[in-house]
Design a protein around this ligand. Structure first.
Ligand code: PSV
Ligand code: MN
Length: 399
């Protein structure tokens, strides 16, 4: 790598943070079954400890997303949770209300045709806003499982109006430092009409909710052929891109490791962000978060692998020669334009990542350092013993 490339990688990585999800450290499964891991986190303390360990090794994951129902016991003091996070060297990041597990949500939450359920869902979100304020979190991250399974089952327009009303009411409750993220997903669990099925719906709803509502792009929540980087570019241009949930997919919302199937797509997404930043002279504020649950891979290893992959692809995208790209685009020089992206994508950035890690007193290979640390072995022994004491035969909490 040239000195200029090393500098660009360093600058890019200096301002790139990835949030880990608390649920990524716990036992998870598919709807067909769960396969347990001894080292899986039992409770929030374990999850924060694991997240702290990942941050200590990567230097890139200072915050942890939490799911209110899975992570907060009823009546728990959020400030105590914030303290616990601090003890493990991390902070609480996005607060995710849970609007899909309680029996009352059988027919939806914000889209339910029963006003009492809609009110309960709104109250849970308002409570989540308060948790966010207590722990100093910037983001309220909303995902709705709402939708219908059969044609004719519900009024699509009435459900849309119900969402507009509740999101607007919720936006009014946000504190001055809070941003509301609206996530979309084409299907699952609803298989006919998901209420917020794509980025257009999320964008409209966020715009109607208020100025501090933005769209969250979960990379797994698109159909196979969809051009995610184009969505990203449009959202950036509208100042409506709030954040990402990182994962990869082959078929549906598969929760595979970021970049395991299509690293070039992730690169292209990052390229759009760097290109936008170069044009506007400022890097937009974006919450980069992981949303993956691993059933086969050891959870901490998979998380480190994801973070390292994200850094690598972000660094590669930072190497795109924007001036040359603009010239190629202006001249309709398609081959050169494409090669400019490819050249950056195929640049070996290992030296840049190593230099950044060295400068930040981090291990050169975070995965190797984790394997050598003995952390997983100690966690497995401790958690095996605690499970026995607690009479748990399987993982203690979601997902
Ligand atoms: C739904 O599939 C989703 O992407 C939402 O972000 C949830 O919060 C998360 O997964 C749970 O893993
Ligand atoms: Mn998600």
């Amino acid at each position: 790598m040239t000195p200029a490339q090393l500098r660009r990688v360093r600058e890019a990585l200096n301002s790139f943070a990835v949030e880990t999800p608390s649920w990524g450290f716990a036992d998870t499964g598919t709807r067909f079954g769960k396969f347990f891991q001894d080292a899986a986190a039992i409770d929030l303390g374990d999850k924060l400890a694991d997240a702290g360990h990942v941050h200590a090794l990567t230097g890139c994951c200072p915050t942890v997303a939490v799911h209110v129902l899975w992570d907060f016991k009823p009546g728990e003091d959020p400030k105590a949770v914030a303290r616990l996070a601090r003890k493990h060297g991390v902070k609480i990041g996005a607060i995710n209300p849970n609007l899909f597990q309680d029996q009352c949500y059988k027919w939806g939450s914000f889209g339910n045709n029963d006003a009492t359920v809609r009110a309960a869902a709104l109250q849970h979100c308002v409570d989540s806003v308060a948790i966010g304020q207590a722990v100093g979190s910037e983001y309220l991250s909303l995902w709705f499982a709402d939708g219908t399974n059969y044609p004719g089952q519900g009024s699509i327009r009435e459900r849309k109006h119900a969402f507009e009303d509740s999101l607007r009411a919720l936006h009014r409750k946000l504190g001055p430092k809070q941003t509301m993220l609206v996530e979309y997903k084409p299907f699952e669990p609803a298989f006919y009409a998901t209420d917020i099925a794509d980025w257009g719906m999320a964008l409209l709803l966020a715009k109607k909710a208020g100025p501090r509502a933005k769209v969250l792009v979960d990379t797994g929540h698109h159909y196979s052929a969809q051009n995610i980087e184009q969505i990203v570019a449009w959202l950036l241009d509208e100042d409506m891109l709030g954040g990402f949930h990182f994962n990869d997919r082959r078929y549906a919302d598969d929760d595979l490791t970021l970049g395991s199937i299509d690293p070039y797509q992730v690169f292209r997404i990052f390229h759009e962000i760097h290109f936008f930043a170069a044009d506007r002279g400022r890097m937009p504020k974006i919450a980069y978060m992981i949303d993956q649950c691993h059933n086969e891979k050891p959870k901490i290893e998979a998380t480190i692998q994801t973070v390292v992959m994200a850094q690598e692809l972000y660094a590669k995208a930072a190497l795109v020669d924007h001036a040359a790209l603009r010239v190629a685009q202006a001249k309709n020089n398609v081959v050169d334009a494409e090669l400019i992206l490819k050249r950056a994508f195929f640049t070996d950035v290992t030296a840049g990542l190593a230099a950044w890690r060295k400068a930040n007193q981090l291990p050169g290979d975070p995965l190797l350092a984790h394997r050598r640390s003995g952390y997983a072995r100690a966690a497995a022994a401790d958690r095996r013993r605690r499970r026995k004491e607690l009479g748990l035969t399987q993982g203690g909490s979601f997902a």
